[in-house]
Design a protein around this ligand. Sequence first.
Ligand code: SF4
Length: 367
Amino acid sequence: DLGLPTIPKTPVRRPTRQLHVGDVPVGGGAPVSVQTMTTTNTADVDATLQQIAQVTAAGCDIIRVAVPSADDAEALPKIVAKSPIPVIADIHFQPRYVFAAIDAGCAGVRVNPGNIKRFDDRVGEIAKAAAAAHVPIRIGVNAGSLDQRLLAKHGSPTPEALVESALWECSLFEEHGFRDLKIAVKHHDPLTMIAANRLLADACDYPLHLGVTEAGTAVQGSIKSATAFAILLADGIGDTIRVSISDHPVQQVKAGNHILQSLGLRPRKLEIVSCPGCGRLQVDIHKLAGQVEAAFDGFPHPLRIAVMGCVVNGPGESREADLGVSCGNGKGQIFARGQVVRTVPESQVVEALLDEALRLTEAPTSP
Ligand code: SF4
């Protein structure tokens, strides 16, 4: 016994109310779900459905579509009817689109009740329609669109300002007896976002949607999101997530899934263990790892594949993985379940790994 602290394998989740976004439970111990938003013109039904199909294949659980115009609102029934995953309508100002979204069968609506109250106080009618249709509502507070009153009070979008805004917006629905709410407080700075979500988790029992908003380009944004989400999720805070990187929604979904898989909150599918490279490299490892990842994109079985650049760590990692290749001298030594199964020229490594993957996943696992 080394006296080391025991780290729980998967985080214990914070107890929250549970709501259902279509058939996806959110909060109350349900698995953490991954969301993204379509980037198509919502009114272009075919393009939107095509993108929804792509993100679904990448592992998205819930899709949000922006509804800024009447044409978009009119497209919702067709989108909802054919979408394989629940659709949330994202509406900022126009209550009439909220009613259209509920009538269209959307599984959820994201609104900013502060805006609705200010311009056209129909919050009570929205609460009634949403309750009748069992449609949950997401309250979204972003640093960039914080209520002017709270901005003036707090001086900047501090964690306290974001939380006060979110709880005030919730109270506008609570006044009408509506509590089927999910909250997102987002900031581009992970530390502010973490602090805001911790405060919120202490202050209410609504499920929380996590997002580092406007997180940036793929590498920076994924890291900012992963850092913030991991800290919160390790404390059991967070019921759905979106990785808001400036990249295709499929990449956002993949990043979200990797974060959940890394935390043991979602079963792993494909994992590539590839070496970073060093002066001992005997192959273009960056290119090869990318080729292997692309070749196995969508592979239906969970596999760990080691792609290693030389014989120092190559055989060891390859033996530990389900499949592996250890490169050197223009060749790749292919491993399957710990055994060397063949050696192929470098140009045939990807094909050989695919071959072995099929053999492994089709064969019974043990005699
Ligand atoms: Fe360097 Fe070899 Fe390790 Fe890759 S496996 S990082 S090439 S020592």
